[in-house]
Structure formats: C-alpha cells, structure tokens
Design a protein around this ligand. Structure first.
Ligand SMILES: Cc1ncc(COP(=O)(O)O)c(C=O)c1O
Length: 454
C-alpha cells in the first residue's frame, strides 16, 4: 500500500466514469450472469492497477445499466451527477457517522430540508437509514413500542416473549418489506389483517377498515397505509384515514417509499392530503431522489419512543443523548449517507427535483396513452403517478408473459412483471432523472415491433 495509489485510483475512476456515463444508453439494463463462478487467488496482492484490470476482465461487461433511462423495473431511480459527487466524497472522507460532529450537523440539515420538501409538519423528526425496508422496520418497531406502552408494557425492556400483548395490524396492499419487517421485529408476518380495497383499486376501503376497528375498540391498532403501491402506484385516502384516526386513535404508518415525492408535483400533491396525521412515514432516497444506494428517510413524531427502542447499552464512550443518531437507528457505525442527499438538495433545489418528478409522471402518462390507443394492450389501472400497469389483450393470441420476455430479451429496455388482482401484468416505472420523450418513443416502438411479430 502506498499513498501514490490515490492518484492512480483517481485516474482509473475518472476514465471509467467518463466511459460508463457516456455509453450508458448502449449498455444492457439487466445483464444475466451465467458464467462459471471463479475465485481469484488472493494470497499475494497484485496492486491497484492490476486489480482494476482483473475487475474489468472478470466483471466489467456484467455491469447492468440500472442507472440509465432504459431501466423501468421495480422502482430504483438512477444517480444524479451531484448526488454521485456527494457519494464519492462520502467515501473519500470516510466519516463514521454519527461519531463526528459534522456528520450529525449535516444530517440534521438534510432532515430539516427534507421535512420541508415533503411538506411534513414540524412535529416530525427523522433519520437516514439504508432503504425503505429498514425504514419500515424502524417505524414499525416504534409502533410496536407504542402498542406496548398503551398496554402498560415496555417491550424494549422486557421483550415480546411473555408479553401476551394484543397487537392488531391492518393494511390493504402492503409492500413485501412490511412482512419482512414484522418478521424481524418479532410481531410476525401473519399478523397483518387485510382490509378490503376500493373497487378496482389497491387502496383501503375505509368502511372495511372502520368495521375492523369497531370490532376492536380499545385495542391499540397499527394501520399501515400506502402512498404509492408497487403495482399501480395507488394511494390510500389519507384525509379519510385522518378522520378515522381521530375516532379510533390508532398508530398510522405510511409507506411512501416513492409516493412521498408526489408532494413535489403540484398536480399530484393532493394524493398526500391528510398524511401529516401519520405517526411514522417511510420514504426512499435511492429511488426517486436519484441518489446512489443505499439511502432512505425514516420519519416519526415519536422520537422518545424511538430512542427507547434503539438506545445503546449505557456505554460511557458514546453519546447517550436521545437525539443522537446512534440511539435512533439500527446501526451504530454508519455511512455518511446524508452527504449525497445534501449535494442533491443544494445543486438542484426543490425546483429541480420537482421538475424531475413531473417529467417522470408525464412520461408515464404519455406511455399509458400510447398503450391505451394500441390494439395490442389493455391498461389495468388509471395512472396515479409514475407507474403504468398493463397486459396484453386476451384476444391477441399471445400471452403477456411471452411478450415481456421478448421485450426484456432485446436487452434494450427492462421492466418487471407483477401479479395484479390475480393476473400476470407488466409494470413500467418511471423514476430516472434522465428519462425523456425519446426514451418513451424507443420503448413504444419496441412494443409495437414485438407485438406485431407475435
Ligand atoms: C412501497 C415500497 N415500500 C418499500 C420498498 C422497499 O424498498 P427498499 O428496497 O429500498 O428497501 C419498496 C421498494 O420497491 C416499495 O416500493
């Protein structure tokens, strides 16, 4: 190891970055790796340059362009130039957040800025965690503590094992990470009771929820709402949930992994009306804010409860104050993930971020319109935000699955299937800052060519 290697590394990074970024439209968005897996001998190091050559040789042509505009699967976003700069600097400075003051101060600034960007009320506090799954888990762990305290039981101290607590959880269309979170925090995957959905929608039928809550009057319940379901981008009616909350006093958690960004669009922010009545909210940063992995916001109004759950043992060398991030999140040592967000906020502002959100929503509408006018396809739901969910018409004589396999097989674009109300469907998610009309034209032209050839 030698300090001179920094220079070599920087040069390699510069060349690689320039090549990757300028070529991104031509790199396949989802490359399958089928080669035999080989393990290099590491008994003797080869030096930084040879390590890079080896990496390029073994893995260089297997890197997918998930950060480019042709990746429409899941909802993953890309990485804006400013966020990427912040991420490079995060690695350069290698601050162990939250053990240095600057990391805390800057994270506090980012949390305040994000609370304002998302239009959240000032009684929310927040932290940064690695993704929406962990944010959901943290928020549900706080909700769990609330349920315990309502029944005079301190779960953080005594655990769930002998608690005999009554824990009721209601949701209509929760993301798979909710079940994972409930498994991790000891409540269990099977504890979710599904409530009915509105006709043809994925959002809560408030009457169905009211019925369940009425049957459990006096029991502290957790309601998990959605701002953006993964299939169709559907939203619960938060004004109705707010009213119901006033009547029944449940904990409202909202999974807004990508839907929280609706607040950045004048046309779509109505979807979030009433969401300030939530007790906790999850929003990903590595999705629609387009910062590199891994990064998400975790918001709650119940910081005291949060610190009860995430407080360290009483270590004299740690900051024991309740507002220290070390006592609010699962990790102790953690990456300075506030820095890429900070760069993104300063470089683009709420204006620039809103433009990206609006642009993606317009792309979704344009694509949906094309699909709706096409003889081959049927839209499965109206466009709420940035997701288009559709299938091949039943009369076409080829299946939606066959069509999707052909589309992804072109290696030019990539999208993921889903099961929507029992039917195999395709979802196109727009969440990349660099998407433009040309990409939509290319996408629809691929659809047209493939559908007409089947
Ligand atoms: C609504 C919703 N919640 C949670 C998640 C999980 O997010 P992450 O992969 O960042 O943990 C996703 C990811 O797609 C999502 O769409």
């Amino acid at each position: 190891m030698h300090k001179n290697e920094y220079k070599i590394g920087l040069e390699l990074l510069k060349n690689e970055s320039e090549q990757f970024v300028s070529n991104i439209d031509n790199i396949a968005p989802n490359i399958k790796v089928t080669d035999e897996f080989t393990v290099s001998d590491i008994s003797k190091g080869v030096g930084i340059e040879k390590a890079f050559s080896l990496f390029k040789h073994k893995y260089g042509n297997k890197i997918s362009a998930t950060t480019g505009p042709n990746y429409y699967g899941f909802i993953i976003g890309g990485a804006t130039p400013a966020a990427l700069l912040g991420d490079w600097l995060t690695s350069l400075y290698d601050q162990c957040s939250p053990l240095t003051d600057v990391t805390n101060v800057l994270e506090n600034e980012v949390i305040e800025q994000s609370i304002s960007m998302f239009g959240l009320s000032s009684d929310f506090n927040g932290t940064l965690v690695s993704g929406a799954t962990v944010s959901n888990m943290v928020n549900l762990a706080i909700a769990r503590q609330w349920v315990g305290e309502k029944q005079n039981y301190d779960i953080a101290k005594k655990g769930l094992i002998n608690s005999n607590l009554n824990i009721k959880i209601y949701s209509a269309t929760p993301h798979s990470s909710i079940f994972k979170s409930l498994s991790i925090i000891g409540i269990g995957r099977e504890s979710v009771e599904f409530v009915g959905t509105k006709k043809g929608r994925e959002s809560i039928d408030v009457n169905s929820l009211r019925q369940k809550l009425s049957e459990n009057k006096g029991v502290p319940c957790i309601v998990i709402g959605n701002a953006g379901t993964v299939n169709t981008g559907d939203f619960d009616d938060f004004l109705a949930l707010e009213k119901l909350k006033e009547e029944f006093g449940f904990w409202l958690h909202i999974d807004a992994a990508f839907g929280g960004f609706a607040n950045c669009s004048n046309k779509h922010k109505y979807l979030l009306e009433g969401w300030n009545s939530a007790d906790s909210i999850t929003i990903d940063a590595h999705k629609w804010l387009n910062v590199p992995y891994d990064s998400a916001f975790q918001f709650t109004k119940h910081t005291k409860l949060q610190s009860k759950v995430f407080q360290n043992g009483d270590a004299p060398y740690l900051d024991n104050s309740i507002n220290s991030y070390i006592n609010l999140t699962p990790e102790n040592s953690r990456r300075w993930r506030a820095l890429p967000i900070w760069f993104s906020f300063q470089a683009y502002g709420i204006d620039g971020i809103s433009e990206m959100i609006n642009n993606n929503c317009k792309m979704a509408e344009k694509t949906a319109q094309w699909i709706d006018n096409s003889e081959y396809f049927t839209l499965l739901s109206e466009i709420k935000l940035n997701i288009v969910c559709f299938k091949v018409r039943d009369i076409m004589g080829f299946s939606t699955e066959t069509f999707l396999n052909k589309v992804n097989g072109t290696q030019k674009v990539f999208m993921t299937p889903t099961n929507y109300k029992g039917e195999y469907a395709i979802r196109i998610a727009f969440s990349n800052w660099s998407n433009n009309n040309k990409n939509v034209d290319e996408l629809t032209s691929i659809f047209n060519d493939i559908a007409s050839s089947l």
